[in-house]
Design a protein around this ligand. Structure first.
Ligand SMILES: [Zn+2]
Ligand SMILES: [Zn+2]
Length: 217
């Protein structure tokens, strides 16, 4: 029952799509299939993974624009994000035009997620943490046995997600990082939506927005 993962950057925004799978069953999921669907499927085939679902952290274009195409082509269920991101998902076609992306389609998740839910991939179980602020319906997937989290655009190495979008909220974002992610433990690694991996401990030490020193009065 071991988690394997390949990070596959996609879209002009170099979004980290993660192919995660369970080595026991070789069943897997794509977290944030943001685009370049054929490239993603090539990696899936390369590893001999049987995809069983699509997981989505939030409704932004670079994280979600390949979701509907994949769901249709492979008849896969979509889980996530939290329902508060509905307006972002409905806006995907418009956002694609605005940012000069290939046409992107909206979708309807088979399952909206809430804080405290779990999702399964093969025999692996991920905990769902609702972490609003970057978008109101942003969720994080945490695999406790591997001590690894897929955090989307909540937290980056040395930075945090933007909160200047509609219904963004800086205070909510800081609160989610400090009070939902950091309590998972310093040794947890995380895969951000963009850029290199880091650990919660490293960010508590040196992230200029959410380090212990930065949030002290
Ligand atoms: Zn985003
Ligand atoms: Zn992003």
């Amino acid at each position: 029952m071991t988690l394997q993962c390949e990070i596959i950057p996609v879209t002009p925004f170099q979004q980290n799509c993660s192919l995660v799978w369970d080595t026991a069953t070789m069943r897997g999921a794509l977290v944030d299939a943001g685009g370049e669907v054929d490239h993603l499927l090539e990696r899936v085939r390369h590893h001999g993974v049987q995809l069983e679902k699509l997981l989505v952290t939030h409704g932004h274009l670079d994280h979600a624009s390949g979701v509907q195409d994949l769901a249709e082509r492979l008849q896969l269920p979509i889980e996530g994000p939290h329902e508060d991101d509905l307006f972002w998902i409905e806006g995907l076609p418009q956002a694609a035009k605005q940012y000069g992306f290939p046409p992107a389609r909206s979708f309807t998740p088979d399952r909206w997620l809430r804080h405290g839910d779990t999702v399964t991939v093969g025999s692996l179980t991920f905990d769902v943490l609702h972490c609003p602020g970057h978008t109101p319906g942003h969720v994080v997937f945490h695999h406790a046995p591997s001590r690894v989290a897929f955090v989307g655009d909540v937290l980056f190495q040395g930075s945090i997600g933007r909160t200047d979008f509609p219904r963004g909220n800086h205070a909510h974002l800081i609160d989610a990082i400090r009070n939902r992610l950091f309590p998972l433990g310093d040794d947890n690694r995380f895969v951000p939506g963009h850029g290199p991996m880091s650990t919660f401990g490293q960010e508590r030490k040196s992230n200029p927005y959410v380090s212990d020193a930065a949030v002290k009065d």
